[in-house]
Design a binder for this molecule. Structure first.
Ligand code: FES
Ligand code: FES
Length: 156
């Protein structure tokens, strides 16, 4: 089957097996490798993207469900050569080690801060509860969220 979807503002289409996931469509069909395939069971958040503005695990969404819909991925966050505020905060806070989980965390944090510019520590932990990291121990990731939130608030 052919799936046509709007990805990061651009209409794309690719031929996929009907049982393919949205994650597979993004990676194998469109060459967008930001969303990672770690568990393929909805447990780790490494494949997080937005589908019509809602945060989803793309490994749990069929490619066909993205037909004629809007998908936003971590690749869509950067503005030209300028990193997104959340991406920059992850770099500055040292919240990246192997980096495999990072795109999923960045998407989850960007989603959180689009809804709440001043999240409490409980809200942050809750928002990130669907994302697993095997390297950082999470504290630096929480530091990155606070840094991104502080910079966001300073802009307004
Ligand atoms: S790869 Fe989708 S949640 Fe882990
Ligand atoms: S930085 Fe390695 S899994 Fe998170």
């Amino acid at each position: 089957m052919v799936v046509r979807t709007r990805v990061n503002g651009e209409w794309r289409e690719a031929e996929v097996w009907p049982g393919s996931s949205l994650l597979s469509l993004l990676r194998d069909g469109f060459g967008l490798y930001g969303a990672k395939n770690a568990c393929e069971q909805g447990e780790c958040g490494s494949c997080s993207v937005w589908l019509d503005g809602a945060l989803v695990c793309s490994c749990l969404v069929l490619a066909g469900q993205a037909q004629e819909r809007e998908v936003r991925t971590v690749e869509g966050l950067r503005d030209g050569t300028q990193l997104h505020n959340v991406q920059q905060a992850f770099v500055d806070a040292g919240a990246v080690q192997c980096g495999f989980c990072t795109p999923g965390f960045v998407v989850a944090v960007a989603d959180l801060l689009e809804k709440d510019r001043n999240p409490s520590s409980v809200t942050i932990r809750e928002a990130l509860s669907g994302n697993l990291c095997r390297c950082t121990g999470y504290q630096k990731i929480v530091d990155a969220v606070n840094l991104a939130a502080t910079r966001l608030q300073a802009r307004t």
